[in-house]
Write a protein that binds this ligand. Structure first.
Ligand code: AMP
Ligand code: MG
Length: 486
């Protein structure tokens, strides 16, 4: 067993200030990462480290590998596991970090606060029957997809590092183990509030709400009903987030309430994947047998999850229960319209519209219907639309689109420029992700992964780096399956 001591990295730039562990004791438990046999840093995110005010030269080393595997605890960290509950596929369960340990909150430049969490760092008080560990493939997958989402300008948790452990984890077979360092605005989830509400301790619930408001929307704290404003702020952020997912064809795959962060960041990259062929019913997750989390269901599920948050907040919305329910209903009622507005304005940008017309929705829907009927690639269809080149595949739609473009003053070049900013050239194509993971996990070859990362983290620009990453798999994504990676 490797001994674990708090190590001081005078030059690494860590600056911990751990406010979450000062919340009432039922919200967390102390947790110590279980040391691993042979830590090795296999991926490290220089640009994120720089944004966080951390020094890459110091961390990209054996000492860094020790920190990112949980073998050494940086000075100032106070590792805990967070308690939460959640509705998983519609069913309520008490959960908590079973394999993730929060090292603490790092204060970066401009006092920006970042949760630093080790995923796969060993058992905690909430592990139930789990081993507390993670396999290398799924951790690299989270790294790739979360960084791709960031490149697509979608709010997301980030990945700072993956360290392999030199140990194997059993997932029906022996797989190489790894720890991912996840960086987040916070890890407070809808499920954290469900957990607090379940305790029936209004004081603790209020403390959690006040804490979350201070952390994510301090400007609402002084208002007349800050808890209502808080609920509406979360509704607004989630409506925007899911609209952004829909616009790029992202399918989260496991939108349980414990996997919805109140910060408005995408969190928990398990069975997620991007849609190639446009089909609203697309599901990749092997366990989502009824398609609860299918592409087209995502806005409705977000709304459902927000209703669980509103229920948890009821005691804070008003002291009279009926009034509280009325407030919650009113607030939740704004979701469909906000989602629709974000989505529609996003689609307008994607097809080069600068103005708004009544018929825009119908124009967009007819393009989507055509993509569905003709089994077209969602990403490439949009990227390849050109105001001056009539698509031979879909000339009828082009006529209507041209007429619509003619009713605004922008030149074709201006239209093209806007479209290039809003339609990615590359998304992390399923076969490319699999190819990169296969090379890394079975041959220790990270070349493909780095090439893929270079392409997906700069997704709007045409360039050499995108070669080979634009096309969907020649075999299509039909039958492609993703797993929770637990
Ligand atoms: P997820 O599907 O990743 O959102 O995980 C759902 C719940 O199961 C969370 O509470 C996790 O912490 C827990 N969990 C997942 N994998 C493991 C594992 N290998 N060991 C312990 N707990 C786990
Ligand atoms: Mg989760």
């Amino acid at each position: 067993m490797i001994s674990k001591t708090a190590v001081d990295f005078p030059n690494a730039g860590w600056r911990f200030d751990n406010t979450y562990s000062r919340l009432p004791q039922q919200f967390h438990s102390r947790a110590t990462p279980t040391p691993v046999r042979l830590p090795e840093l296999v991926v490290f995110n220089h640009s994120l480290a720089e944004d966080m005010g951390l020094r890459s030269q110091v961390l990209e080393s054996d000492a860094g590998a020790a920190v990112f595997s949980g073998n050494a605890i940086p000075q100032g960290a106070e590792p805990i596991a967070q308690a939460y509950a959640g509705h998983q596929f519609g069913h309520f369960t008490i959960l908590g970090d079973g394999r993730a340990i929060l090292l603490g909150e790092h204060l970066g430049p401009n006092k920006k606060r970042w949760d630093v969490q080790l995923k796969g760092a060993g058992r905690t008080a909430y592990s139930r029957r789990g081993d507390g560990r993670a396999a290398l493939g799924p951790m690299l997958r989270e790294y790739i997809i979360s960084e791709a989402m960031h490149g697509l300008r979608i709010p997301t948790t980030r990945s700072l590092a993956v360290a392999s452990t030199g140990e194997s984890v059993f997932r029906g077979e022996d797989l190489p183990g790894a720890v991912l360092t996840r960086i987040a605005a916070s890890h407070i989830r809808v499920g954290t509030f469900e957990y607090a509400a379940r305790e029936q301790n209004a004081g603790a619930l209020r403390e959690l709400a006040d804490y979350t408001i201070q952390r994510h929307c301090p400007e609402i704290a002084g208002g007349t009903n800050p808890y209502r404003s808080f609920l509406e702020e979360v509704i607004e952020r989630q409506a925007l987030l899911v609209a952004k997912w829909m616009l790029v064809g992202f399918i989260h795959g496991v939108m349980n309430t414990d996997n919805m962060a109140l910060s408005g960041e995408t969190i928990d990259y398990g069975p997620c994947a991007f849609m190639d062929t446009y089909d609203p019913a697309t599901v990749f997750s092997s366990i989502d047998l009824n398609g609860r989390y299918a592409y087209a269901n995502q806005p409705g599920i977000t709304h459902w999850n927000l209703a669980r948050l509103a229920e948890a907040l009821l005691p804070l919305l008003d002291s009279d229960e009926n009034t509280a329910v009325e407030i919650a209903k009113e607030s939740l009622g704004i979701f469909p319209r906000i989602f629709q507005q974000h989505w529609l304005s996003g689609m307008r940008l994607k097809i080069g519209l600068f103005t708004e017309e009544e018929g825009d929705m119908a124009l967009i829907e007819s393009l989507l219907e055509w993509m569905h009927r003709s089994r077209s690639d969602y990403t490439n269809t949009l990227r390849l639309l050109d105001p001056e080149k009539v698509s031979t595949a879909n000339p009828a739609w082009h006529v209507g689109w041209s007429a619509r473009l003619g009713r605004q003053s922008q030149t074709p070049e201006e239209v093209r420029q806007q479209m290039r900013l809003h339609n990615p050239v590359v998304i992390p194509r399923n076969h490319k992700v699999e190819e990169a993971l296969e090379a890394a996990t079975s041959a220790g070859d990270y070349g493909l992964m780095h090439r893929l990362l270079a392409a997906v983290t700069n997704p709007f620009e045409e360039g050499v780096v995108q070669d080979g990453y634009r096309e969907p798999s020649p075999n299509g994504s039909e039958g492609y399956q993703t797993f929770c990676g637990t």
